[in-house]
Ligand binder design. Structure first.
Ligand SMILES: Cc1cc2nc3c(=O)[nH]c(=O)nc-3n(C[C@H](O)[C@H](O)[C@H](O)COP(=O)(O)O)c2cc1C
Length: 470
């Protein structure tokens, strides 16, 4: 087949594929062609090919020059624990397409078992890609605009306090913690997930702070991944653990309550966080586009789940009307997850094999309500009710944490810097958080805030502070 004979319009066929770089080497075992539509093989035998991209029902294969394949008999996945294709894959036909200026073949994978196996591989790749991209690339808001730069802490030039007088204790979801820091829920991927979670849990127990886990979806679907989340009994100190599911997963479930309850029981969670990530889904190649009915599901969970319910954004911020409705349906924790830090639309664009999604990722990189604004507006809704308010999204120092606490947060959530720290060694997440705690205490003393709940007295909007006519 000549390259010139392939129409560019076939690119549309590739719309759902995700890149899997580096390509996955596979052995393609040739079968004799039975169907006249399938190019006839010169005989059976082993050939080496590469899977360049995949989706839950498609494989994009690069075959060696001159090979005329008929079917893939077996494909075993690189990781030993994921030997998925033990039965022959039935490929009805291979479609020649141009991918990155190269002639490749697209195969539609039929059959429930094969599709389920491929879906698992796709999820495996997605999680690992998220970690690799987060670790290597600049994937934060291009301006780093959290909104905190519009606010300032007014110094108390002569505070009536000693360093020993300072307390950083904070209460969150009815429990007391030693610091107002939350290790926010992050998927650690499949290969490093267990190690990352263990290192984060170590820091959480040493500092007596709460920790969220990343989405439990994969482990709910495939029990073999549950080990990644077994954290409760690793350390002798108590670990306050927050489970995690996506709103899309709940909406797609026939019985969201029992799904959520299973997630709680799987890790003995003390609370369950549901992530809402509309812009991420809209840019993600495999994203879900259905969000109707969310409040009804959340209301049922808030009423019947065995632990408090938290709703979290992941970087686009929560708007005021949403916060109000969430509180009305009984949600006990709100994480504003605002703009300024990790940008999920941008990460999803980077993962895609196609320029369409890559362009979407760049277009929506800086989408959303900056953390400080989402926080300040949410605080107006929450007032002095018992709902806990979490500020996540671009918090990178104890000074930023102090501003967030001053704007009314009960806890500040930290994501990306802790992921990077957890990839270094056992101690790094703990060291990072200790440094942040030290910075926070410096701000406390310099503003005369002996306790965290004093910080709001020192926060002002710069615009007002510098207006001398006021
Ligand atoms: C590698 C990585 C994986 C994440 N996975 C999840 C997840 O599974 N569920 C979730 O609710 N949030 C997830 N998040 C989002 C974080 O909880 C947080 O909302 C976001 O990263 C913004 O905080 P940051 O700017 O401090 O990173 C993830 C973040 C990172 C960096």
């Amino acid at each position: 087949m000549k390259k010139s004979g392939i129409k560019k319009t076939q690119q549309a066929l590739l719309a759902n594929l995700i890149n899997i770089g580096p390509p996955l080497a596979v052995s393609l075992e040739m079968l004799k062609a039975k169907s006249p539509q399938v190019p006839r093989s010169k005989g059976s035998g082993l050939h080496n090919g590469e899977i360049l991209a995949l989706s839950p029902d498609q494989l994009l294969i690069d075959l060696p020059e001159g090979s005329e394949t008929t079917a893939i008999l077996k494909m075993s996945f690189q990781n030993k624990t994921l030997e998925l294709f033990q039965k022959p894959l039935s490929i009805k036909g291979l479609i020649p397409v141009i991918f990155k200026d190269k002639l490749c073949y697209l195969s539609h994978i039929k059959g429930e078992n094969s599709q389920a196996a491929l879906k698992e591989i796709a999820t495996y790749y997605r999680k690992n890609q998220h970690i690799a991209i987060c670790a290597q690339d600049d994937i934060e808001d291009s301006q780093r605009f959290t909104g905190f730069s519009d606010f300032m802490l007014v110094p108390k030039s002569l505070p009536e306090l000693d360093w020993e007088d300072l307390t950083t204790q904070s209460s969150f979801l009815g429990e007391n913690f030693s610091l107002p820091f939350l290790i926010t829920g992050m998927t650690g991927g499949v290969e490093n997930g267990e190690m990352i979670n263990r290192r984060l849990a170590y820091a959480a127990t040493k500092l007596n702070i709460p920790m969220g886990v990343g989405s439990q979806r994969l482990a709910l679907e495939s029990p073999k991944y549950r080990g990644i989340f077994k954290l409760k009994h690793l350390f002798k100190e108590k670990l306050f653990l927050i489970g995690n599911l996506g709103i899309s997963q709940l909406l797609a479930s026939a019985d969201p309550l029992s799904l959520a309850q299973r997630a709680v029981e799987m890790i003995e969670a003390d609370a369950l966080a549901i992530h809402v990530n509309i812009m991420q889904e809209l840019v993600q190649v495999e994203g879900d586009f259905k969000f109707k009915g969310a409040y009804k599901v959340l209301e049922e969970l808030a009423k019947k789940l065995s632990c408090p319910l938290v709703v979290k954004e992941v970087g686009s911020g929560l708007d005021q009307s949403t916060v109000l409705r969430l509180i009305c349906v009984g949600v006990k924790g709100i994480d504003v997850g605002g703009r300024g830090g990790t940008s999920w639309p941008f990460i999803e664009g980077k993962r895609s094999a196609l320029p369409l999604n890559q362009n979407l990722g760049s277009l929506f990189r800086d989408w959303g309500i900056p953390t400080a604004y989402s926080l300040a507006k949410s605080k107006k809704i929450i007032g002095s009710s018992d709902v806990s308010l979490i500020a996540t999204g671009g918090i990178r120092s104890g000074l930023m944490a102090a501003l967030a606490l001053g704007l009314g947060a009960n806890m500040v959530g930290i994501g990306l810097p802790l992921l990077k720290a957890a990839l270094i060694d056992d101690e790094e997440p703990l060291n990072f958080l200790k440094e942040m705690a030290h910075q926070l205490k410096i701000v406390q003393l310099a503003t005369g805030a002996g306790k965290i709940s004093d910080l709001p007295l020192s926060v002002v909007r710069k615009k007002h502070f510098f207006d001398l006519s006021e």
